[in-house]
Ligand binder design. Structure first.
Ligand code: ZN
Length: 503
């Protein structure tokens, strides 16, 4: 007896839980219950609207329904017999077995009351789709009390559900000859997984004269679901036109579902008055190899071009041992050593762009060709450093004449164009003349020391793709340190060293 009571209690609890979940299951909580989606009665299966493409409004659905009817027919007939047997077991009062029945265990209908038509929806009554997914109508079916199909008469209305973004209620209605109606509902929710589209107004790289006012051109944002979000764009960072340097402004915007897009702009505030410290093109005037006595604040910039390569790692180890920071002008020659770009940057060295290919006949063909190549090496730089490039060195230097063979005047135009894009380019005033396939490290050492001696500021050209150079570096560092030269990486405040452009 107690056992029985407990069971009753369990059943009641189970029924309550089921009711609760049914309530929860209405998803976007459309006001009308979307409960009529259920398995379709067998007799109607062959007449259901089962489109194969996106939703076709009722009325245009005839052909779709016909074409899809045939394949499901045999299935429908096989289940029909089952329906009939269960009906005969339950001994209903109905005179005919044909009209479909709902599965609810409602009290037996009174024979006299006119029965409204019915609609059944195939598929879920609550569907969630990705924002790039089309809604494909899973199908529906309707019939009147006599079992005549009304599927072709079903009408559909779509309403946005207030307070539930990207959520729509699909309302299916049908009326029979007597004017009695039936309705069913489906709720479709589109997930918004795409960030807004963010566009910078004005250039992504801007250059300002010293003291020139900066007016942010701003950005524009639009979102598929939220529309114009330009008001919601947040800008991080600021520009001080009275302070020379490189500034980054980051624009970001987030849509209603939390998808964020961001972009950045670099603004370069130029040097105050153009410094006149630019050194003349490399002079290789023979000077005594014996170093002069140290004279205080003299600076040496060691720069290494064309790497990273197989010797670069050893070079980085040597620089680290002496705590010397240098500058690398990189190429994309050796992908397997590209990771050293990241290492060099993280160890405090400055990384500039040389070009990806370094092929004169390609890069100096046209400005487009040069910048196409530069964008490749810039991407490599970004990937390994997470920073925006700002420094470059032209292969052959800005004074090269080899480019004349490919495009007359290109260096004149390129030196201007790179600066308009916010880059600084750096030539050199001391050459290690290390380009030979083989030379002794001591020759490299002598060339460098001869160039540095007597200069207040030395921009030394070397190549980390040359073993003899890497073998000479330790003695060059020792010599500089014992003669009171300060070894520095190029930074934004380093004065320009520009050659005379000759093409
Ligand atoms: Zn080079």
């Amino acid at each position: 007896m107690i056992e029985y009571k407990r069971n009753i209690g369990l059943y009641v609890l189970l029924a309550l839980l089921l009711a609760f979940f049914a309530f929860l299951g209405s998803g976007c909580s459309a006001d009308p219950p979307a409960t009529t989606a259920a398995t379709m009665p067998a007799t109607e299966a062959s007449e259901a609207f089962l489109p194969t493409t996106s939703l076709i409004p009722s009325g245009e659905s005839a052909s779709a329904a016909d074409s899809s009817a045939a394949p499901t027919e045999t299935e429908a007939q096989s289940t029909e017999t089952e329906v009939q047997t269960t009906e005969s077991e339950t001994q209903t009062t109905e005179t005919t077995t044909l009209p479909p029945k709902t599965t609810t265990s409602a009290p037996p209908e009174t024979t006299e009351a006119p029965r409204p038509p019915e609609i059944l929806l195939l598929g879920d009554s609550d569907m969630e789709l990705r924002d790039d997914e089309l809604f494909l109508e899973p199908g529906f079916s309707a019939w009147d009390a006599q079992g005549n199909s009304l599927t072709q008469q079903v009408e559909l209305e779509i309403d946005a559900l207030p307070g539930a973004p990207h959520c729509y209620q699909y309302r299916y209605t049908v009326s029979d000859a007597a004017g009695l109606t039936a309705e069913a509902y489906r709720v479709i929710r589109w997930q918004d997984t795409h960030p807004p589209e963010l566009i910078l107004l004005g250039d992504a790289h801007m250059t300002l004269e010293y003291h020139q006012d900066f007016r942010d051109p701003g950005a524009r944002a639009t979102d598929v679901f939220d529309g114009d979000l330009s008001d919601k764009i947040q800008v991080e960072g600021s520009v001080d036109p009275h302070q020379t340097g490189r500034y980054t402004l980051t624009y970001s915007v987030t849509d209603a579902r939390g998808n964020t897009a961001s972009l950045s702009r670099t603004v370069v505030v130029k040097e105050a008055p153009p410094p006149t410290t630019a050194a003349p093109p490399e002079t290789t005037a023979a000077q005594p190899a014996t170093p002069p006595a140290p004279v205080g604040n003299r600076v040496v910039y060691l720069t290494f071009d064309d790497g990273p390569f197989i010797y670069t790692e050893r070079l980085l180890n040597i620089l680290a041992r002496y705590n010397v920071k240098a500058t690398f002008f990189i190429t994309a020659f050796s992908p397997e050593h590209a990771y050293l770009i990241g290492r060099a940057a993280s160890e405090g060295h400055t990384i500039g762009l040389h070009t990806a290919s370094h092929r004169y006949n390609e890069i100096y063909q046209s400005e487009e060709a040069y910048f196409r190549d530069l964008s490749i090496i810039a991407d490599l730089y970004r990937r390994h450093t997470g920073q925006e490039p700002w420094l470059i060195r032209f292969p052959g230097g800005s004074s090269n004449t080899v480019s004349r063979e490919y495009n007359a005047g290109i260096m004149t135009r390129l030196t201007r164009a790179v600066q308009e894009r916010g880059y600084r380019y750096m030539d050199w005033n001391v050459s290690s003349s290390d380009s030979a396939t083989w030379m002794s490290p001591d020759t490299v050492f002598q060339n460098v020391i001869r160039g540095i001696s007597g200069r207040d500021m030395s921009m030394v050209l070397m190549h980390d793709i040359k073993e003899h150079t890497v073998n000479a570096i330790e003695s060059i560092i020792q010599w500089c340190q014992s003669n009171a030269y300060t070894l520095l990486p190029i930074t934004y405040s380093t004065p320009d060293v520009h050659h005379n452009v000759q093409n």
